[in-house]
Structure formats: C-alpha cells, structure tokens
Design a protein around this ligand. Structure first.
Ligand code: FPP
Length: 283
C-alpha cells in the first residue's frame, strides 16, 4: 500500500508535547491557520539546486506543520499550494510541481487516515491535470469521514477567481428569481465561496518575508492576524508555527470594537465628555 517518504516511523517527542501544552496554557489557539508557503525557489537557488528541489523540500515542511497542527488540536489548516498565477511559470516547473503533488498525496494518505486528517481542496480543480484530479479526489473521498484536522490545499486558486465565481452564482440566483438583490448579504457571499464549509482563518502565516496577500483568501482574511517570517518555506518547521501562534496569542483581536469594550471596562464617561466638549467648542 501507500507509504510515507520518511523511512522512520513518526513519533511526537515528549519535549514537543510539553511545548504544545505550554502553548495551550498561554491562551486561545487559532481555530484556523492559513499559510502562504513562499521561498522554495530562493531556498533552492541559495544552495545551487534546481527550483524543484525547493518544492520537494517544502513538502517536508508541510508534513511537519500538518502533524503539529493536528497534535495541537487546531481545526483547520489551509495552505496556498498553487495559485492561478503560478500557471504562468515555465511549463517544466509546473509539471514538476504536479508530479510532486501526486507523490505527496500518495505518500501521505495512510498517515492522514490513521490520524483523522480530512483532506479538502479549493480552487479551479478541473483545470488540474487528470492524474492530479484522480489522486486528489480519491484522497478527499477516502478521508472524508475523518473528524480531526481539516487540511485544505488551495490549488489553481485565487481569491479574486473565487469571488467572481461566487458573484456569478449569486447573479444566476437573482436572474432565476430565487433571491432578490436586496437579499444579498455578507452571508450570501460567504456561502457562495469555495470556503463556505470552513471557518474564516484566525491567523495567516507568510514565509520568506514578503508583505503581500498574493490573491489568497481575499474575503476570508478580513479579520485574520498576520504573521510574516523571513524563514523560507523549506526551512519552516513546527517551531516556527509555534512562534506564529505565540505572536497571535499576544494580539488583541478587536473586530472593530474598542479594547475597552472587549475587556468590559469603560473610560470614565465624565472625563471623556469634558475632553470632547473642550475640543468641539474650540475655534
Ligand atoms: C512558492 O515558492 C511555493 C509554491 C509555488 C508551491 C509550494 C507548495 C509546496 C511545497 C507544497 C506541496 C505542494 C505542491 C503543489 C507540490 P516559490 O517557488 O514562489 O519561491 P520563490 O518566491 O523563492 O521563487
């Protein structure tokens, strides 16, 4: 049957279990972490290796981060594996990426089944090579009853593509009289996206230091905390994920409210009133 790349059977270390316990005790864990896995090419170039070697090494990072996310008890991990824009890369690199993806899906299936990982995919999946579709849909089907971590691969995906798709679907519902334009709400849009069944990410991690969203989950990331690390994706391991979570735990998520509202405290209303009135009556 299907085997993993690593010959050693995997076992979580006691030290790592302790670190995870400390993380849980520190505060709220994000329910959903999204990752822009960037820097594979530069990682390879720095070592005088072909770019494909960077993608291959990136698979080990994805495996370690997925294991750690599952062990921590995170509900959802969504990774940007291939963007709509990535189709413009040299044909050889694109085809190598898909060959690596097929191998990854085959190698990791057993571990996903044994550990309750549910595989999911978003994007223009019908544009993927037939063999990729077969492996992908097979793994999705076979892991569909799993109740642990949901690992979503964004493949041939872009946030704008998904929003356009959603708008077209909503427009069709309006045209057929199923809904009226006034009925369109944030919930209508959310439900029409390919991410409708998963909650919005709480934390976005981007590797290799770039400060961009790169067309990833444009609607869904509206309130996500963003953690950027200079580490290239092939060097990214669970310790880096833990750093990102610690960073997340140190943030105050306000969702448009004031810090005081969130903490249930108020400034002395008298003080605020005097302060503002002084300003309003000044020339
Ligand atoms: C970006 O690095 C990364 C990708 C385009 C693919 C990353 C995905 C994986 C390694 C996981 C497995 C998924 C597949 C599809 C095999 P880059 O090439 O843009 O790096 P650069 O910015 O340094 O050139």
């Amino acid at each position: 049957m299907r085997r993993f790349l690593s010959s050693e059977p995997y076992q979580q270390t006691q030290d790592d279990k302790r670190v995870q316990q400390e993380l849980r005790a520190r505060g709220k864990l994000p329910r959903h972490v999204a990752v822009i896995m960037d820097g594979n090419g530069r990682w390879a170039e720095e070592r005088g290796l072909p770019r494909a070697a960077g993608h291959q090494a990136g698979i080990a990072s994805l495996r370690d981060v997925t294991r750690a996310a599952r062990e921590l008890g995170l509900g959802f991990l969504t990774v940007y594996a291939f963007s709509t824009e990535n189709w413009k890369r040299p044909k050889r690199e694109v085809s190598m990426l898909f060959r690596l993806l097929v191998k990854m899906l085959r190698d990791e299936l057993r571990e996903m089944l044994e550990n309750g990982v549910r595989l999911n995919a978003i994007g223009q999946l019908t544009s993927l090579p037939k063999l990729v579709q077969q492996e992908l849909f097979d793994s999705i089907e076979r892991t569909s009853q799993n109740k642990g971590l949901t690992l979503t691969l964004a493949l041939s995906y872009s946030g704008r593509w998904d929003l356009v798709r959603a708008m077209q679907a909503i427009a069709l519902d309006v045209r057929s009289g199923k809904i009226s334009p006034e009925d369109i709400s944030e919930e209508t849009v959310r439900a029409a996206l390919t991410t409708a069944t998963i909650p919005e990410p709480d934390l976005l991690v981007r590797t290799s230091g770039e400060m961009r969203l790169s067309n990833f989950l444009l609607w869904e990331l509206a309130y996500a905390e963003i953690h950027v690390t200079k580490t290239f994706w092939p060097d990214f391991r669970r310790e880096h994920l833990y750093d990102a979570i610690r960073d997340y735990q140190s943030r105050e998520r306000r969702f448009g409210l004031t810090g005081e509202q969130l903490r249930g405290t108020v400034t002395t209303p008298g003080t605020e009133k005097t302060f503002i009135e002084k300003f309003l009556s000044s020339k």
